[in-house]
Design a protein around this ligand. Structure first.
Ligand code: NAP
Length: 248
């Protein structure tokens, strides 16, 4: 029986690239998404056309009941869970801290932080040898913003990713003797639709000269690091990070 992986926010961008690569590596893939059912169905179809197995499940990761339904759907369909990629993430329009209201900040934290915690919780309940599981691996998709701070753009988003990094370090230690490895990937400027949601679709073109490698990255380049951290080749890596940022 195939190993099963859940990739949150897999209807496009980095999540879709992780889903496609995971399927090529032999996982049955749960393609989670929030709104865009058609895009998620396209990802499932692309995996199936390539000979892989996948299914899409809608769930807002910030909604605890929806997360529980998402994992119950995986239980019913696959009866096992071997890997989780906490990828779903959002940012808001570029703004300075003095312009941010509580609703905006809470929206960012709810998806990026609470969502990652809830999915990690459900994964640990299934994977941990303490709960009768056979182990597994979790990769949290953070951001170089966690370290750089995103001044004048979205410090709230950067702070949410710093929280994801603390989750990675703490959870890794908590479950290290229960068969679960937890690591993080911090992408830099990656060519996806996320920059448009911040109000600047051309953001990579503006900033790429400041990247040591002088270009943006691709979602596939991030997915390669995620899948390595999930693989047996990374068997002694936990609580650590790969920056996929061209040196930024
Ligand atoms: P994207 O193109 O905007 O895609 C976001 C994905 O997340 C979509 O599939 C979306 O689903 C899903 N999503 C959003 N909110 C969700 C929620 N509450 N519940 C479930 N799914 C949700 O973003 P991306 O650039 O691929 O980013 C993926 C991850 O990489 C994020 O965590 C982001 O912070 C991180 N990252 C990106 C960059 C970059 O330069 N692109 C850099 C550093 C880190 P629907 O479309 O169905 O709503």
């Amino acid at each position: 029986m195939n190993k099963t992986i859940l990739v949150t926010g897999a209807s496009r961008g980095i999540g879709a690239a992780c889903a496609l690569l995971a399927a090529r590596r032999g996982y049955t893939v749960c393609v989670n998404y929030r709104d865009n059912a058609a895009a998620a169905a396209d990802v499932v179809r692309a995996i199936e056309v390539a000979g892989g197995q996948a299914f899409a499940v809608a769930a807002d990761v910030a909604d605890e009941a929806a997360v529980e339904r998402l994992f119950a759907a995986i239980d019913a369909r696959c009866g096992r869970l071997d890997a989780l990629v906490n990828n779903a993430g959002i940012l808001a329009r570029q703004a300075r801290v003095e312009q941010m209201d509580a609703a905006r900040i809470q929206r960012i934290l709810a998806t990026n932080v609470t969502g990652s915690f809830l999915c990690a919780r459900e994964a640990v309940r299934r994977m941990s040898t303490r709960h009768g599981g056979t182990g597994g691996a979790i990769v949290n998709v953070s951001s170089r913003a966690a370290v750089l701070g995103s001044a004048n753009e979205y410090v709230d988003y950067a702070a949410s990713k710093a929280a994801v990094d603390a989750l990675t370090i703490g959870l890794a230690k908590e479950v290290a003797q229960e068969g679960i490895r937890v690591n993080g990937v911090r992408p830099g400027l990656i060519d996806t639709e996320m920059h448009a949601s911040g109000g600047e679709p051309g953001r990579i073109a503006r900033l790429q000269s400041s990247v040591p490698m002088a270009r943006g990255g691709t979602a596939g380049e991030v997915a390669a690091a995620v899948l390595w951290l999930l693989s047996a080749e990374a068997s002694y890596a936990t609580g650590t990070f790969i920056d996929v940022s061209g040196g930024r």
